[in-house]
Design a protein around this ligand. Sequence first.
Ligand code: QAP
Ligand code: CO
Length: 179
Amino acid sequence: MSLLSRDAALEQGLSLLTVELEADAEVLRRKSEPVQDFGPSLEQFCQRMFVLMKESNGIGLAAPQVGVLERIFVVQLAENEPAYTFVNPEIEPVGDWVEESEEGCLSVPGIYAALSRSQRIVVRARDAKGRPFESGAEDLLAVCIQHENDHLEGILFIDYLKRSQQKQIRKHFERGSEP
Ligand code: QAP
Ligand code: CO
């Protein structure tokens, strides 16, 4: 089953949903609910999200990508960079500096494409212990936070691409990876 509660995910182990599977794609398209239960399982869940993200060579991972429709994501750009957990985040662009950069997604394996995002944002959220914080972000960190926040709305980065590109990507996943 693709859709899970936080506790069920912890019990059976976190695994990645990808658009390759119809049932997973359906879950990835759904809107996530705000976290209400800030119990100890939240911190545990976030730790496991970091583990899966690193195992998968990712820099960001959102709860819906493991079938949990709660407003949670984790980001770590590199091993020597800080690890951030965002619970119930609210994002606001700062200024109008927009730039194009290449993105990928663990749920859309093997696909990379350039798209435009705000390069400076401010985020208000809670951490894995439920403590509220506010933080500014720029460049790749800002892009990654916006990408992960989109997952909470059921939006994938490929949705911003031109129709022709989207069609190519759909075809790619329909026929698998054969030439
Ligand atoms: C979002 O995505 C992101 O296809 C995080 O084969 C990515 O970590 C925001 C990944 C880039 C901004 C820039 C994707 C790993 C990782 C793949 C990821 C793959 C292996 C994606
Ligand atoms: Co993604």
